[in-house]
Design a protein around this ligand. Structure first.
Ligand SMILES: Nc1nc2c(ncn2[C@@H]2O[C@H](COP(=O)(O)OP(=O)(O)OP(=O)(O)O)[C@@H](O)[C@H]2O)c(=O)[nH]1
Length: 925
């Protein structure tokens, strides 16, 4: 059974005998004809050959070992690189290692056969194996032998393997094509990008070329004008191409020299462009010749002979850059219309600054002002009107700078700094107040003498307006000017310097009028009090009585359940001074006084003076930040760089932190006490702010700071702004004062409160006026007058001061103000004041007062009042007014006169006689 003839085998595998014979021959098997028999071995040899010819390299043994019975199922499998394709039947080793992809896999369920069971080698079938292997495998070959069938299947399997390999190869081919398509697409994108870049480059070249062309045209204009004057006629008719109309236009030829020169210049231009990197080298070379021609506006044919030379020389010249000849020539036309500038004019401006803002020389401004009849220097400061005049005369437009620009900018700068630096506890600043002779100065002196560190350091204690002392528990700064006048004056000007008020009350004297005033001032300012009961060394000292009296002013000692610390001291012996300092520091702790140490300084002027040798000297109390030597400061209307700083011992200091007073040199003038001090970034800024402030009119300053008047009060009440009427009441006697206070307080309604900020007996003083400013109060005088200093403040601040002599009138006015019924009021104007120097008595004229008119004018027929110590003692009319022996109707200021007061004989030297006028004034709302 194992041997078959060639013919049989050919019919079994379904191929022609000749083909099988040739295959056998190729396989090295000697089979001469169709009837030759083939051994089992030869059949295997043929199979091996056939497999090998299909790519399988197997030995006969291997082939035999591989004979299996299989049932196959086809599925798809994702091959990962780790999975060798060898594991799938029929895969080629060449596919191993390929990256993951999906392949169709035939899974064959194998049953190994014994070697004995194996049939002769399979013969490849001519029929194409079907994909549905099941049916194909069951197909009969017609040999009738199961073994043969198996062999055939093995052959079929070989073919299928070949088919699978082909399929995989095709798949591989498809992938390759996809890769190639991807690559092609990438290349096309790249090519497009390159094209775009190329276009961009071309555009840049074109731009450079155009620029060069423009430069050339400008040059040509210039040269053209020269050429015209040279009167050379054209000898070269245009021979350029018909589209070169520009070239034909330039029919009139230019001298060759000029052309050469011009061409050179254009090249220089192009070279310059090239240096700037705007024109690529290649573009330059390409463009050089056309540019030359265009530059000269002539046809290329005009200068055939010349052109070559130029072209030849051009590169050489480019290598050796010539001095750009265009540099010293104007390439543009001077504008024919004058340039009109908008010039910003601040409040004041220097000649130099004004000139610079108009872009003219300072000498031109000086000349213009000279024409206007003003001789000025370059640094002279011009006011706004003059500056505007000059600007307009010179043909520009003046724009008024925002008036408060510099101030607003400064404010903004300061606000920006706010909160930027961390705040740390700072020493308290103390003001000492009290009644006359209760020991304020003694107390301050004692503390300074014993505490200011000048003695050890050999310094001399300076009075700079403030000083600070070191104690084991901390530093305390004292303001050197005692009394509430200075305190309230500072506050009236808006300075908030004092943190704590030490109220000195002499233990032997008790609470006195100024003690009460001091309490009122401290209270109005919202500054806490510490009471120093002084002179306890004295026998007659009675501290308890002081404490008792203070309760009447709502100042209650801590030991009595109140909140005011009271310390018994002696400025003479020094007893209790340490306790006082301790109390101050304790109070400071309660107040949690804090200020940043870093950052630009802010402070207040405590006092200032003009020193002969050192110029303006100002004591600055630093309130925040650190003031350093060299800082630029603005204070009020003055500014300057801090040239030097000194402490209260006269020693130089380099820096001063919060709550530390220092004497500063370097300001442009002497600022006012209570002016604020700020450090600014540059001197120009400082000057601007200072000048702006200086230029502000006095009136506007008054407007900002004025106190309240009854009329305003009415308006404010109407507008619902003001909810309380603050009054400072001064009266001649305690009885009237009490009566008035009571009546006024009763006027309070639910909506409007009457608050008596201060009330006292005696004339109206400067500190009363200052208190009126700070507390926005009306000053009401009942049978009392304001003294000269108070009148000055009242006038400066535009305070409302009213005098009354009838209680109900005063009450009525305030009532009307509250009710909004203040109708046209009768105001009294004091028109003259005379001082009584001597008193004569004559039988003929009665009592005659020899007077000097110190203010205004005394009129014979006007009503008068007699004042003694600023308190009204009589009101009436004049009996007589004489100058020497003559009766006169009026006497002016500076003249002497004799005054007889009707029905009043108690006139004394020192009294004052005031003459007033009653006028009715309609209220303007
Ligand atoms: N025995 C005694 N006398 C004192 C004490 N303190 C001040 N004096 C005296 O009281 C008088 C007035 O003291 P000043 O320090 O001038 O009082 P003041 O409050 O500053 O006075 P004015 O500056 O006028 O407001 C002086 O003669 C001091 O010597 C003290 O503690 N004991």
């Amino acid at each position: 059974m194992s041997e078959v003839t060639v013919k049989q085998l050919a019919s079994t595998v379904g191929i022609p005998v000749e083909r099988l014979l040739s295959q056998l021959k190729e396989a090295g098997i000697s089979a001469s004809d169709a009837d030759s028999t083939l051994t089992e071995k030869e059949k295997l040899q043929l199979l091996v050959y056939l497999r090998r010819s299909h790519g399988k390299d197997q030995t006969e043994g291997e082939l035999g070992a591989q004979i299996t019975v299989k049932r196959k199922s086809v599925s798809e499998l994702r091959i990962s690189p780790a999975t060798s394709p060898r594991s799938t039947a029929g895969s080629r080793p060449a596919l191993a290692g390929r990256s993951g992809k999906t392949v169709s896999v035939e899974v064959r369920h194998k049953r190994p056969l014994n070697r004995d069971e194996t049939a002769p080698p399979p013969v490849p079938s001519a029929r194409r194996p079907t994909s549905e292997g099941g049916s194909g495998e069951r197909e009969h070959t017609g040999s009738g032998s199961a073994i043969d069938d198996m062999r055939r299947r093995a052959a079929l399997e070989a073919l299928r393997a070949e088919q699978e390999a082909r399929r995989l190869a095709e798949q591989e081919e498809q992938e390759r094509r996809a890769r190639e398509a991807e690559e092609a697409r990438r290349q096309s994108v790249e090519a497009r990008r390159r094209t775009e870049e190329e276009e961009e480059r071309h555009r840049a070249e074109e731009k450079a070329r155009l620029e060069a062309e423009q430069a050339a045209q400008a040059l040509q204009q210039e040269e053209g004008s020269k050429a015209e004057t040279s009167e050379l006629s054209s000898t070269h008719p245009p021979s350029g191409p018909p589209d070169q109309s520009a070239a034909r236009r330039a029919d009139t030829s230019k001298p060759k020299k000029v052309v050469k020169k011009a061409a050179e210049r254009v090249e220089v231009e192009v070279d310059k462009e090239k240096e700037k990197g705007r024109v690529p080298k290649k573009a330059v070379r390409k463009e050089a010749a056309p540019i030359r021609l265009r530059a000269l506006d002539v046809g290329p044919g005009d200068y055939e002979d010349l052109d070559g030379a130029l072209n030849e020389r051009a590169p050489r010249r480019r290598k050796k850059p010539t001095k750009p000849q265009l540099q010293d020539k104007h390439a543009f036309q001077k504008p024919t219309a004058p340039v009109v500038r908008e010039v910003e004019i601040p409040e004041t401006i220097t000649v130099a600054e004004l000139a610079s803002r108009m872009s003219v020389k300072a000498s031109e401004v000086i000349k213009e002002l000279f024409k206007q009849g003003m001789m000025v220097t370059i640094n002279q400061v011009l006011d706004r009107d003059t500056a505007v005049l000059v600007v307009e005369e010179m043909g520009h437009k003046a724009v008024l700078a925002e008036e408060r620009d510099a101030e607003v900018a400064l404010q903004e700068e300061l606000e920006e700094q706010e909160g930027q630096f961390e705040a740390y506890p700072r020493p308290p600043v103390v003001t000492i107040m009290g009644h006359v002779d209760h020991g304020k100065t003694s107390l301050l002196d004692y503390i300074r003498r014993t505490r200011v560190a000048s003695a050890e350091a050999g310094g001399i204690t300076q009075h700079i307006g403030a000083y600070h002392v070191e104690t084991p528990r901390g530093t305390v700064t004292f303001l050197d000017t005692p009394g509430h006048a200075a305190f309230s004056a500072m506050r009236a000007r808006g300075a908030k310097v004092t943190d704590i008020v030490v109220l000195v009350v002499a233990a032997d004297d008790g609470v006195m009028p100024q003690t009460a005033e001091a309490i009122q001032h401290a209270r109005a300012a919202g500054v806490p009090l510490i009471v120093a009961i002084n002179k306890i060394d004295k026998h007659e000292a009675n501290p308890d009585r002081v404490m008792q009296e203070l309760t009447q002013h709502e100042v209650l000692a801590e030991e009595w359940g109140g909140d005011t610390m009271m310390v018994k001291v002696s400025a003479k012996t020094g007893a209790g001074i340490d306790d006082l300092l301790e109390a101050i520091l304790l109070q400071a702790e309660v107040l949690e006084l804090k200020a940043p140490i870093e950052g630009p300084a802010r402070g207040t002027i405590i006092e200032s003076s003009l020193d002969k040798g050192r110029g303006p000297v100002a004591t600055v109390l630093v309130q925040a930040g650190t003031l350093k030597r060299g800082d630029i400061i603005v204070s009020g209307t003055e500014y300057g760089r801090v040239r030097a700083m000194f402490d209260e011992s006269g020693r130089t200091v380099e820096a001063a932190g919060p709550s530390i007073p220092v004497q500063v040199l370097g300001l442009s003038g002497t600022p006012n006490a209570s002016d604020d001090v700020v450090v600014v970034s540059d001197e120009r800024r400082a000057r601007e702010v200072a000048e702006l402030r200086a230029a502000r009119s006095r009136q506007s300053r008054l407007d900002e700071q004025r106190g309240v008047s009854l009329d305003q009060l009415f308006t404010q009440l109407k507008e619902g702004e003001q909810k309380s009427v603050n009054i400072i009441l001064k009266a001649d006697v305690q009885g009237s004062l009490e009566a008035l206070k009571e009546s006024l307080l009763k006027l309070s309604t639910d909506e409007v409160k009457v608050a008596i900020v201060a009330a006292g007996i005696g004339g109206i003083t400067e500190s009363d006026a200052n208190l009126a400013v700070t507390s926005n109060a009306i000053l009401l005088g009942f049978n009392v007058r304001a003294d000269a200093a108070a009148r000055r403040v009242i006038e400066e601040r535009g305070l409302d001061l009213r005098y009354y002599s009838v209680i109900y009138e005063l009450i009525d006015d305030v009532k009307k103000a509250i009710a909004g019924l203040l109708r046209p009021v009768v105001t009294e104007e004091i028109i003259g004041l005379a001082e009584v120097r001597e008193v004569f008595r004559s039988s003929k004229f009665g009592t005659v007062a020899g007077c000097m008119v110190v203010e205004g004018v005394i009129k014979r027929n006007n009503p008068i009042r007699v004042l003694r110590n600023n308190v009204v003692i009589y009101e009436g009319t004049l009996e007589s007014l004489r100058r020497f022996k003559d009766d006169v109707s009026e006497v002016k200021q500076g003249f002497e006169c004799g005054i007889g007061v009707r029905n009043y004989t108690d006139v004394r030297p020192g009294d004052q006689i005031e003459v007033f006028e009653r006028t009715e004034r309609a209220r303007v709302l």
